[in-house]
Design a protein around this ligand. Structure first.
Ligand code: ADP
Ligand code: MG
Length: 696
């Protein structure tokens, strides 16, 4: 492997490359556009496009694509070559500024939730110059936003960019109040830790359920699971290690700051963490990371599972979304400072997050709700469906003393005031890590742990940015009018803590006691996607997103529909797959085994009339009962699928999928797992959990 610094970002048309290849004034104009968030002038675009093309061709590229993030949650691209015909019948390689900044993919096949009917299929992609162009698979990829002919947003990137803008504006207002005159921009930063499973490709191919749905729909508990906890941070196997080496190499080429990798709790589970960066770029990078994980795994004869819950009874996969705010000078606004002044600012930003999370629990839950993630959240596994914040004992006691209930400074027993020299320097409480909290403060950032492993991080961060922007704007509204800033700030902090401390919980979030306690505190417990998603369309939500121009009412309604439809489709595919497996594979296999048992018993009897055939008899009896139970439950599921069409509207349909279809699948699964335990290995047509989990 070559030198890391040499390969890092070698496939990215980044700042260094631009500085080197663009005329000075073009480079300046480009940078200015980005700083001011304006659209690119066509003359500048022409020069940038040409330089980009030359650079890409030198790297062996012949095609380019506008790379975008439609509502499918994965990325989309349509390749065009640089080739252009000349009048004398030859070809030249061309790439214009117009092609760089605007594309017109046929948008009719992407989910729009009724925003765009197929007859007006036109959609536009527009370059997002804040994210660098890069080369992937010998294609020049230009990160773009995607919208319809009428201007409605059809992708995940645009609202994310808008939410960052909203947060920037409101955070700057607040900083100004603290006398900050140097900060010109506030961005949010994200470092998403990605969990995934690796299994052998041959084993994967034999599991129809994984092939069609990304997860196992059945599978008896293996003799060895994760109970020994010997996989977490364990030695990485040579095959996985070779995979990780190549993976890192590929990610580095794309300028992705992949840094840590380790084994996770479950067998075959691993994690990759990048160094944090600007949220928009982190989001693009995470999409590329997921794609690269799949591609490199395939090269190494493995399959990478990104599903949130590939195996029942074994830990699922999430994405820990580490989030913070940073000034253009790199000051982390969630970093407790060393002076009372810094700490007052820190407390205000902290309180904004606390208030946002409490007031918009519903939207945070909405942002992570999918069919796959429902298996994790609210299951017997981290984190629960109830949103709460972990702050740690130290920070919580600081807040309590600000509120005036207890004296933080035990020695002097004095109440703390903000902005004067009374606030102590906070000891950084990073050791006391609560792994069960869905939203944990980890020293200088928040870690939102409810995000599913497969999910694009655009949605959760769009929500996080917008709700915090909202609280900051309310704070700024009050403080800007204050005669006595310090007094008003004190009061604001006190009130905020008093009114929203119910969201703070430092205990074990997995316990039943917490569920009871949370209910007492009036916290939401939205257990499933059909329960959560309708909150997205609430008046409160529409008001919020429209206030900051992140999403319009129409866009919100269409997104609500898209997400619910996707939920229904996913469960529908799972149900059809399970029916197919039961009828075509399991029932025939078990029947064949029953026949062998009967034949054995018969020939034993023929050989010796009074021989004992109890084993065959009881097995035949048990398997026959289970097989008929499976058969009738399969028919029941088939009938339920026919009832779907009687539902009115997508919300009711989603509930039906949850309460009837999914429930019927669970019942089938119980029978199948029982059958698996009692069927001879040579008759069971699928690799078992043990064989899958320990296949690499
Ligand atoms: P751990 O949580 O495992 O102790 P770290 O604290 O090193 O590990 O960071 C975990 C993740 O959080 C990494 O992806 C890291 O880049 C990210 N992170 C660290 N600081 C910030 C920040 N200010 N903003 C966003 N993400 C951050
Ligand atoms: Mg972590």
């Amino acid at each position: 492997m070559s030198n890391i610094s040499e390969i890092f970002g070698s496939m990215v048309f980044n700042d260094d490359v631009m500085k080197e290849r663009l005329p000075k004034d073009t480079y300046k104009a480009y940078k200015k556009t980005i700083m001011e968030g304006k659209s690119l002038d066509i003359n500048v675009a022409n020069v940038v496009a040409n330089a980009m093309k030359d650079w890409a061709i030198e790297k062996g590229t012949t095609h380019f694509t506008h790379w975008f993030q439609p509502m499918t949650g994965i990325t989309a691209e349509k390749h065009d070559s640089f080739i252009s015909a000349t009048s004398d019948g030859k070809v030249i390689m061309e790439f214009s500024g117009k092609e760089l900044i605007k594309g017109e993919p046929d948008a009719s096949s992407f989910p729009s939730g009724g925003l765009r009917s197929t007859f007006e299929a036109r959609g536009y992609t527009a370059w997002d110059p804040t994210s660098y162009a890069f080369i992937k698979d010998s294609v020049l990829c230009i990160p773009t936003a995607f919208c319809s002919y009428g201007g409605e947003v059809l992708d995940k990137k645009t609202p994310l960019l808008r939410s960052m803008e909203a947060l920037n504006e409101q955070a700057l207002r607040v900083l100004k109040l603290f006398g900050d005159t140097t900060t010109t921009r506030v961005i949010t930063t994200v470092g998403p830790e990605q969990e995934y499973f690796l299994i052998d490709k041959e084993v994967y191919k034999k599991r129809k359920d994984i092939v069609f749905t990304g997860r196992t729909l059945f599978g008896a508990k293996p003799p060895k699971g994760q109970e020994l906890e010997d996989h977490y941070f364990g030695a990485i196997k040579p095959r996985v290690s070779a995979f990780m080496k190549e993976l890192n190499n590929e990610l580095w080429k794309l300028g992705i700051l992949a840094r840590t990798e380790h084994n996770e709790v479950a067998p075959a589970q691993h994690e990759l963490a990048p160094i944090f960066t600007n949220t928009n770029i982190a989001c693009d990078h995470n999409q590329l990371t997921m794609e690269t994980l799949k591609r490199i795994a395939d090269k190494h004869g493995m399959f990478c599972l990104l599903h949130e819950k590939p195996f029942a009874g074994i830990n699922g996969s999430g994405k820990h979304n580490n989030w913070s705010l940073s000034t253009n000078d790199g000051v982390n606004l969630l970093e407790p400072g060393t002076s009372p002044y810094d700490n007052a600012r820190f407390l205000l930003f902290l309180c904004a997050v606390v208030k946002a999370v409490d007031e918009y629990q519903d939207l945070l839950k909405v942002s992570v709700s999918t069919a796959g993630n429902d298996h994790r959240l609210g299951g017997n596994e981290a984190p629960p469906a109830i949103i709460s914040i972990f702050l740690g004992d130290e920070l919580t006691s600081v807040l309590e003393s600000v509120e005036g209930e207890t004296a933080y400074d035990k020695e002097f027993k004095r109440e703390m005031a903000v902005g004067v020299d009374a606030i102590p320097v906070f000891p950084k409480d990073t050791t006391d890590r609560n792994r069960t909290s869905p939203f944990a403060f980890t020293g200088n950032k928040f870690e939102f742990r409810m995000v599913g492993s497969k999910l694009s991080i655009a949605g959760p961060n769009m929500v996080l940015n917008t709700i915090v922007a909202d609280e900051l704007s309310r704070f700024a509204d009050i403080l800007e009018k204050a005669d006595d800033f310090t007094a008003e700030l004190n009061k604001l902090l006190k009130d905020t803590i008093k009114n929203h401390k119910r969201i703070i919980f430092n205990g074990n979030n997995y316990t039943d006691e917490w569920v009871v306690e949370a209910e007492k505190r009036g916290l939401l417990n939205l257990k499933s996607t059909p329960e959560s998603i309708p909150y997205f369309s609430s008046e409160k939500s529409v008001t919020l997103f429209e206030k900051f121009n992140v999403l319009s009412r129409k866009e919100i309604y269409s997104r609500t529909e898209i997400v619910l439809e996707e939920y229904c489709k996913e469960i529908n595919i799972e149900a059809l797959t399970l029916i197919d497996i039961a009828k075509k594979d399991l029932i025939p296999s078990v029947t064949a085994y029953i026949k062998e048992l009967s034949d054995t018993a018969n020939s034993k009897k023929a050989f010796m009339i009074d021989i004992d055939c109890e084993t065959e008899k009881s097995l035949i009896y048990k398997l026959s009962l289970l097989a008929s139970s499976l058969y009738s439950k399969t028919e029941l599921l088939e009938n339920k699928l026919l009832e779907v069409k009687n539902c009115n509207g997508v919300e009711e349909t989603a509930y039906f999928y949850r309460n009837s279809i999914f429930a019927a699948m669970q019942e089938m699964r119980a029978v199948i797992d029982e059958l698996e335990t009692n069927t001879a290995k040579k008759y069971w047509p699928f690799p078992t959990y043990g064989e899958i989990l320990f296949s690499v």
